[in-house]
Design a protein around this ligand. Structure first.
Ligand code: ZN
Length: 255
């Protein structure tokens, strides 16, 4: 099946080279993650659709680099906008939950609910191909909101027989098994480093970031802080650490 990628002109620390919009289908066109409101990007998408018949606009999640163009584009193309739930700049015409087919003849896309990066995150599966949104990016680490959910979603994807991934940012991935394993291992490694930092005396998100992300460009520290916060909450839910008077400490440490 024909799959075209249209790169939005929004590169940055959160978006890598920019958001990938995908146009999928032979006779019809399903648009995945149209991206931010941007006239040039919109014209590029319409150019790629060409004489295919537009059938649906789908968003993987409602972050501002993925969803804001979805409703206006869908309205003008006369097709429904689909997603897991409403977000700041997105209102779905139809809700997709885990296992929902998008319902476009000729494009058998099925939603896979993959919470973790965000609660509303969907991957979209087309046979052995998976559009991964921000759940898996082109080989780079992902900002995670809920670590336990994120790992659970990766484990689910690992059970699918996938041959190719199309991420929301960065290049296509031809070795899904290795990449999914890398993401799981990377998260567990971070968890180990974060727990070690708390054991060594770090008591706040900022202090943990200073230790664990000291090799990383400080401009990315606010992003890292969100993942560290999510990891600390998971470790607390696991009963390994706890917060006392606003300071994180290892469970059982009475100091
Ligand atoms: Zn995102």
């Amino acid at each position: 099946m024909r799959i075209d990628r249209v790169l939005a002109n929004n590169p940055g620390p959160f978006t890598g080279p920019g958001t990938n919009t995908y146009v999928v289908g032979d006779e019809v066109a399903v648009i995945i993650d149209p991206g931010p409101i941007d006239g040039d990007h919109r014209r590029a998408i319409e150019m790629v659709i060409g004489d295919r018949r537009p059938a649906a606009v789908v968003v993987t999640h409602t972050h501002p680099d993925h969803a804001p163009l979805a409703n206006p584009l869908a309205r003008d193309l006369g097709v429904p906008a689909l997603g897991n739930r409403p977000g700041p700049d997105f209102v779905p015409d139809r809700i997709l939950s885990d296992g929902s087919a998008i319902g476009v003849p000729g494009v058998d896309l099925v939603a896979v609910h993959t919470p973790g990066h965000s609660e509303d995150h969907l991957c979209l599966r087309l046979g052995s191909t998976l559009f991964t949104g921000d759940h898996i990016m082109g080989g780079s680490s992902v900002m995670v909101e809920d670590v336990a959910a994120y790992l659970g979603s990766l484990e689910r994807l690992a059970a699918f027989d996938l041959t190719r991934l199309y991420p929301g940012h960065g290049p296509e991935i031809d070795s899904p098994r290795q990449v999914i394993s890398w993401y799981i291992a990377h998260r567990l490694q971070r968890e180990g480093e974060i727990l070690a930092a708390v054991r060594a005396g770090a008591t706040s998100v900022g202090e943990v970031v200073e230790v664990v992300y000291r090799e990383v460009d400080p401009s990315l520290h606010p992003l890292a802080a969100r993942s560290v916060d999510a990891h600390l909450r998971k470790l607390a839910a696991d009963g390994v650490i706890r917060i006392l008077s606003g300071r994180w400490r290892v469970e059982g440490d009475s100091k």
